[in-house]
Write a protein that binds this ligand. Sequence first.
Ligand SMILES: [Ca+2]
Length: 499
Amino acid sequence: MADSRPNILFIMSDDHASHAMSCYGSRINRTPNLDRIAADGMRYDHCFCTNSICTPSRAAILSGTYNHVNGVTTLATPMDNRLRTFPKLLQSAGYQTAVFGKWHLGQGPRHCPTGFDDWAVLPGQGCYHNPAFVFKDDAEPGGVKRTVHGYATDLITDMSLDWLRHRDADRPFCLLCHHKAPHRPWYPDEKHAALFLNEDVPGPDTLFDDYAHRAQAAQAAAMRVGVHMNPTDVKAEIPDGMSEHDLRRWAYQRYIKDYLRVVQSIDDNVGRMLDALDQAGLSENTLVVYTSDQGFFLGDHGWYDKRFMYEESLRMPFILRYPKEAAAGSVNEDIVLNVDFPALFLDLADIPVPADFQGRSLRPLLRGETPPDWRRAMYYRYWMNKAHHNVAAHYGVRTKTHKLVYYYYDGCGQPGADEGHFAGRGGVASLDGLPPEWELFDLEQDPAELRNVYDEPAYAAVREELRGILHSLQDELGDEPFPGERESARPDGHRGRMS
Ligand SMILES: [Ca+2]
């Protein structure tokens, strides 16, 4: 008898911000095929990553744990592939499993994909054009590298579709289709190269942010569009003699168009996947997920890149289609996290979620039934102090209405942290020796996060409440606070551990 457990198609891109998807109200592009998933299923408006860079977010998704637990805190901490992950649990329970595309959790026998019947992954970040892939090979434990002719987004889709065609139709599958796009350096394919050619893409309201009323960390970040970009980012020589303002305006058009062009190829290829499911009669019994490992600044705050706990970077697009349980066109407002994804997949496959997974199954949310004890706050930590774009290490919490962030300017001995040296154009302030700083944002009054109200007397109660939430989440999740933070002085002069 055929196994009727649902199939799982997990499509994840790299650095695709939700504000570059029309189902999330993008002002700058249209994504008709991604919109099909949202229209036929559920859109999540408060999905967040727990650490906004590639390798850590991917490890959190596979293992269902925060980075202080799975050890993948930075880009220099490849994932130990003996870790228990959801594909392994699905595979042992009879699922056919595969991953194609970006892996970025390390290479070689100790870090290559495990728990998959088949895989082919890009080494490191991979290339857009004629990329090398490392293919699963029974004779070579770390796989075998081979260059493939074509465009990465098309090739990853081709491999995924080919695997689907050759699967055993009597058993359910879990297929991870991981696009490299739209990660920097944004090389479009020929088909989309001329998009937006003779038009200007509207810039965000905060393109010319001056970083006033924020922690030093914002002013010091070396990720400003224009002055902190290289010729590859803009596919041209950086013009001399332009003011920083004019350079930002020019560079924004250059990079955002390429970003949107590579997004358009993802959208086309997601369309191919959805059509293939329809043609094979699989759409009814397949959970389709589209997400990205984290968000991205699309000129917001004058920046590109991610890492910060600010909204554009923290937020993940997360849309799913599962006609059996999620109503078409539904929207969920609960706080959901990357560590929740594996619990949902196991739940749908009727596999018990291991007790040490730190996320929670979203399945009741699919049906519109949010449990009364669903989380009201999430915990975030970025560890890679200084290493890239001079971004400071920080942790914090976000509720539906507020966000509290603590910049502690210290690598805490994490691999890859504190090794930064920014030598580009446009100097930035050093993070060395800065005392820790707090930021508090009122997201209802100030959704763009332009005014830090941490020291404002009117917010004293909120501030103390959020510090309490921060500490209880750290205790619950088993993370160590930065030394001295809990004892640090409050603005009203009181000292002492928060309850
Ligand atoms: Ca990424």
